[in-house]
Unconditional design. Structure first.
Lengths: 548, 174
């Protein structure tokens, strides 16, 4: 499609939509879907049909609306009026909701107040379409400006210009390490080769993280557009999305999106009648966390065990089948289209000095509002936990927030007023990671948390390098002993020594960062270790305790 | 643990007459998968997925057939298949229950659900019920931490699990 055709499709779709004064949006992301939101949609449609409403009213499937803890969520949008959001909707509420539309009076008992900090404090770039559009409809995406960035780049910009916008934006990779995306693309562009690859890393494996899943399920075209822009900017012609097999719904939506985009000529040969060609394939992972590491991911696509390789050479120099390969995270790619459309300077105006833009976090654990949020970089942890997250349930007090999954750490309350960005988090002994935030309350036992993550790293270690394979096993043993109250001071000293050794000598990020949860809990909650070594024993893990 | 492999030096492979990787599947893989890659080995994971989808699991004979089909040694197929947790080198039940064992689910009491499942089905994680109906597995974070604890039953995600709704979910399965 040419930019003009895109514009026409979008225009037509918007006009079509405008003929329907009422839109009922039903969340169809995995969270609400598991609570039967698909049946709610059916009963809503049935109720509308039965009423034979005088005003046309359309039910629309959309992606995640964010507040997963209050799902299933339904939103009624009426032209010229404020939207009404309903929470905890059940099948039986359908006819009442439909009735309320013609009465013009919302169903009070289901209303979810959207004037609360959970919604008001967020700033949406990555998630701007999430919860608004139907992920299975290409026209819906186009009608909110989708693929216009690709059209613009192909028609008006050279690859170098696209790269320089991305560089100017200051965007850093959202997959964990925070490597500047513009730099990565520059490296990739400099390496001449007939074949180059773009890989979208959708292997989201960090415990506690579900941002990428929500984006893929709710706005899959955004990722395809980002990949196509990355390909254009770096001279690549093939793309792979490496996605976890545990995300069946995301896979289905992505496959459908690729099919629709290819049929519309937005992927494939000679896109928009230009010389630029780009195709995308989906590759399913098979349950190995380490395959999120870029060199392991490449090995897995090549059909081998997912074991990492030493770098350099970096994938941008020699990656998939020895060709230059650029690997970017889902959320990184979701930021590209807005950057191309609105310019790098606009993006760089959001956030802090060294961390630009917004970040999507997945709030989970002991917090009132669990779900998906997007906030500008530089917001404080306190605002996230207490304003947006609504604080800790059951009148308990906050103890720590875990960020960065098994590569990150636990931060105590004295860091609550810290501005969240890559550098501050690292200095505090954690990392940004992919964006999981697990909140722990006073009942959580930090030694058990450390042991938990170590167990994860131990079982996910690919076994190629000894420090990680043996080190995680031994550290887990020590943690086990300490947590069971049988540890000694020597055990603790040995544990600390091992942490340093494994961090310094492991082959890939998995081993290098595996000690982080231990180191950060030792730094902030050392007393809990000491208590366990000394006479007193605190009760074990909250989960186990409650189950006994 | 991904890095543990079996000692297969003295193992006898059980064989059956008809191949697991039949001609129809071969033709489909050639047309839809292999054609897209610069070499045949790259089709390893999709081929393993496809055979597993058709057969239900990956018998050793199937691994050998895949090796011949893709032009790699059977031992290399085994090497790759055994690395990934999602490939079944033993038969699995009609329904696989993947109960999330990650941190958020753990914080929100998944352990009691595990106990309950073990008692109800009389199996431990990794095992299959005698009637071949259920296999119980632990799995890492399913990305539904906002509505933890959760489990995947085959391809359907169930969230906000409690002892009661878990019962209902399992009882509703044929
Ligand atoms: C053990 C390990 C697991 C990783 N898992 C993921 C993952 O699930 N998703 C992801 O995007 N990046 C993951 N990464 C980071 C990638 O290696 C890589 O840095 C990233 O995909 C680059 O994309 P970005 O520059 O857009 O962040 C992982 C790294 C390590 C060491
Ligand atoms: S921890 Fe269970 S879904 Fe994330």
């Amino acid at each position: 499609m040419t930019p003009e055709e895109l514009h026409d499709v979008g225009q037509k779709h918007r006009e079509q939509d405008a003929k329907t004064p009422h839109h009922v949006r039903v969340c169809m992301a995995a969270g609400c879907m598991s609570q039967k939101s698909d049946e709610i949609k059916k009963t809503l449609e049935k109720a509308i049909k039965e009423k034979g409403a005088s005003d046309p009213c359309k039910v629309k499937c959309v992606g995640c609306m964010g507040l997963c803890s209050a799902g299933p969520l339904v939103r009624v949008d009426t032209e010229g009026q404020d939207s009404v959001m309903y929470q905890n909707v059940t099948v039986d509420d359908s006819s009442e909701i439909v009735q309320s539309i013609s009465d013009g009076k919302p169903v009070e008992r289901l209303v979810c107040d959207t004037n609360v900090p959970f919604f008001a404090k967020q700033q949406k770039i990555v998630l701007e379409n999430v919860g608004e559009i139907d992920p299975d409809s290409l026209e819906d995406y186009i009608s909110v400006g989708g693929y216009s960035a690709l059209g613009k780049a192909l028609a008006e910009m050279s690859p170098a210009e696209v790269r320089s916008e991305v560089e100017a934006s200051g965007l850093r990779g959202r997959g964990g390490a925070g490597f500047p995306t513009g730099l990565k693309w520059g490296m990739m562009a400099r390496n001449e080769s007939e074949t180059k690859y773009i890989i979208c890393n959708a292997d989201e494996g960090d415990p506690g993280a579900f941002m990428d899943r929500a984006v893929l399920e709710s706005d899959p075209h955004r990722i395809l557009e980002g990949m196509a822009l990355a390909a254009y900017a770096t001279g690549a012609n093939h793309g792979y999305v490496y996605i976890r097999a545990e995300y069946p719904l995301a896979i289905k939506r992505l496959k459908n999106a690729i099919r629709l985009a290819a049929r519309a000529g937005l992927l494939g040969h000679h896109i928009s009648g230009t010389r630029f060609s780009f195709q995308i394939e989906i590759r399913l992972g098979a349950g190995a966390f380490v395959c999120g590491e870029e060199t392991a991911l490449i090995a897995s696509i090549e059909g081998k065990r997912g074991q990492p390789k030493p770098r350099p050479p970096f994938p941008a120099q020699s990656g998939l089948w020895g060709k230059p390969t650029c690997i970017n995270n889902v959320e990184t790619l979701a930021n590209i289209a807005p950057i191309v459309n609105k310019g790098g300077a606009w993006f760089a105006s959001i956030g802090t000095e060294k961390s630009k833009g917004t970040k999507v976090f997945a709030l989970a654990g002991k917090i009132n509002n669990t779900g998906l949020i997007e906030v500008p970089m530089g917001i404080t942890l306190r605002e996230i936990v207490f304003d947006i997250g609504g604080g800790i349930p059951d009148g308990l007090s906050f103890k720590a927030v875990q960020t960065g999954g098994p590569s990150g750490g636990c931060l105590p309350d004295r860091h609550l007023d810290m501005a969240v960005d890559y550098d501050n988090l690292r200095d505090a002994g954690s990392i940004m990671g992919s964006g999981g935030m697990i909140i722990m309350d006073e009942e959580s036992n930090m030694v058990d948390v450390a042991r938990f993550f170590m167990e994860f790293c131990m079982s996910e270690s690919c076994g190629k390098c000894i420090p990680c394979r043996v080190g995680t096993y031994q550290m887990h043993n020590l943690l086990d002993r300490i947590a069971e109250g049988q540890g000694t001071h020597e055990d603790l000293a040995l544990l600390e020594e091992l942490c340093i050794t494994v961090a310094c000598t492991s082959l890939c990020g998995l081993g290098q960062t595996a000690p982080n949860p231990v180191l950060s809990t030792l730094r902030y909650f050392r007393n809990e270790y000491l208590d366990l070594i000394g006479e007193q024993h605190i009760p074990a893990f909250v989960g186990q305790e409650a189950s006994q | 643990m991904a890095w543990l492999t079996k000692n297969s030096g003295t193992m006898q492979i059980e064989r059956r007459e008809e191949p697991y990787l039949d001609d129809a599947l071969k033709a489909k893989l050639e047309a839809e998968v292999i054609i897209r890659y610069p070499d045949r080995r790259a089709a390893m994971l999709p081929t393993l997925h496809a055979v597993q989808h058709q057969v239900g699991w990956l018998p050793l004979q199937a691994l050998a057939e895949i090796g011949a089909f893709l032009g790699v040694a059977p031992s290399e197929v085994m090497d790759t298949a055994s690395f990934y947790e999602e490939y079944w080198l033993e038969p699995k039940g009609k329904y696989v229950i993947w109960l999330c064992q990650s941190i958020t689910c753990e914080l929100l009491n998944r352990e009691s659900l595990m106990q309950k499942l073990q008692a109800k089905l009389s199996i431990k994680p990794g095992q299959t019920t005698e009637d071949g109906k259920f296999t119980l597995m632990n799995v890492e974070c399913l990305g539904s931490c906002g509505t933890a604890p959760c489990a995947l039953v085959n391809e359907t995600l169930h969230e906000d699990l409690t002892a009661e709704n878990l019962d209902q979910i399992l009882d509703a399965l044929e």
